[in-house]
Design a protein around this ligand. Structure first.
Ligand code: ADP
Ligand code: MG
Length: 400
């Protein structure tokens, strides 16, 4: 789960990371009022969306008066901000953060990520802040400092100092950098984050180390341990298909193809998508119904997959261990009866209670296409989709 910049800043400042003073607003009037409360003569108005690259896309505006703040906000609220990280559809702006400006002397890049090969938290830093890390790694790879943290002891002071020295910080700035690094690491590990990124982390003209931007993502599977983090979720920033699925306890990722997939287990879902591609089709989604799925849960999965208007065929692929093929079959039949679907549905079942499941499908009287192996299932789904498209093209041709 991702959170907004202002939320990440609030969390990090609770762990000792310095941030500029700022306040949240839900309207232009409120933003101008917040600026007055903050005081000063210069502010930045920052669109709160779950994506970076806002500066270049016009989502971060420097303002010298309340009137300018009002105008900047009018141009942001209710609009879709398109940055290189949002995709072409953009993300809606419903909140802005008004922040006091700071005098920037130097910009640094700082990121904390999970490094799966060393199975540790890795700190990635560069003296070239302001640029995205992808750009830095191409244009200035030599400036990147990497350091992994030994989980048993956490981020040690000497290790943090070493990073500060490698970034070329002056002696008077090192202690503040150590505090920033240790604060970020503590927030990362205590709150089960998967990413903390501060870009830019700046050295101010009076030698303070301040986080001007902040991004945090969290492990969804650990959110139950952190209700105060879970409640920061902002559904307006999520793919509506994915948030509907999350509300129903299903794990779903929307894709661009036409064949909807209903599968159990993430590994099998990945293999199913690969096999659909191998057979010449394109998956419309990744959907894992999980273990022990009831007929109702399977029916819910059907409703979710078919709510995507790109879906023109469905492939159900279940390898039942904890699941039961008869329950899945009942779910398929339940869904097809109540939904009156007019697209081809291919079902491949294997494992627990497979005979009972096959029987339910066969006796349903519904036009379900059955398959024995995964390859067969993918080929049938692609063939059924192609001939269905052919049919609709013909009908369309006849109508014209
Ligand atoms: P994004 O990464 O989405 O473009 P940032 O928060 O990094 O958004 O802001 C973009 C740029 O705006 C920063 O690199 C910095 O130069 C400037 N900026 C942001 N916040 C402030 C601030 N409080 N004071 C001065 N400059 C700022
Ligand atoms: Mg940034």
């Amino acid at each position: 789960m991702d959170i907004h910049e202002y939320q990440a800043k609030e969390i990090l400042s609770g762990f000792g990371v310095e941030t500029p003073s700022g306040a949240l607003a839900y309207s232009p009037e409120q933003a101008a009022y917040r600026a007055r409360e903050l005081g000063g003569e210069r502010w930045v108005v920052k669109a709160q969306v779950h994506a970076g690259g806002r500066g270049k896309a016009g989502g971060v505006k420097l303002c010298d008066s309340e009137a300018e703040i009002y105008d900047a906000c009018e141009g942001l609220f209710g609009k879709k901000l398109v940055t290189h990280q949002t995709g072409p559809e953009g993300k809606g702006v419903y909140r802005v953060y008004v922040e006091s400006t700071v005098q920037i002397a130097r910009e640094i890049y700082l990121g904390f990520v999970l490094d799966r090969s060393s199975q540790r938290v890795m700190i990635v830093a560069s003296s070239e802040g302001g640029m995205e890390i992808e750009e830095i790694s191409i244009e200035k790879p030599d400036t990147i400092v990497r350091s992994t943290v030994e989980p048993a002891v956490g981020l040690q002071e000497f290790q943090a100092r070493e990073i500060a020295f490698k970034l070329g910080l002056e002696p008077g700035q090192v202690q503040a950098m150590v505090r920033t690094l240790q604060g970020c690491y503590a927030a990362f590990s205590e709150l089960d984050a998967t990413m903390v990124e501060i870009n830019p982390l700046v050295v101010t003209s009076d030698s303070k180390i301040v986080a001007l931007d902040a991004k945090m993502s969290f492990d969804d599977n650990a959110l139950f341990r952190h209700p105060q983090v879970a409640e920061l979720r902002d559904k307006s920033q999520e793919d509506p298909r994915e948030s509907r699925a999350a509300d129903r306890g299903l794990s779903y990722v929307g894709l661009d193809g036409n064949i909807g997939c209903i599968v159990n287990g993430a590994g099998l879902a990945m293999a199913t998508m690969d096999t659909i591609k191998l057979a010449g089709g394109e998956p419309a989604n990744f959907l894992d119904i999980g273990g022990g799925a009831s007929p109702e849960r399977v029916a819910k999965a059907f409703r979710l997959v078919t709510s995507d208007s790109n879906v023109q065929a469905i492939l159900v692929n279940i390898f039942a261990g904890i699941n039961r093929c008869d329950w899945v079959a009942e779910g398929v039949v339940l869904a097809l009866k109540e939904m009156n679907l007019d697209i081809p549905v291919v079902v491949r079942l294997a494992g627990t209670n497979v005979e009972a499941g096959q029987k339910i499908l066969a006796q349903s009287g519904l036009p379900i296409i059955r398959a024995g192996t995964l390859m067969e299932a993918a080929e049938r789904a692609v063939a059924a989709w192609q001939s269905d498209i052919g049919q609709s093209a013909k009908t369309l041709g006849a109508a014209i």
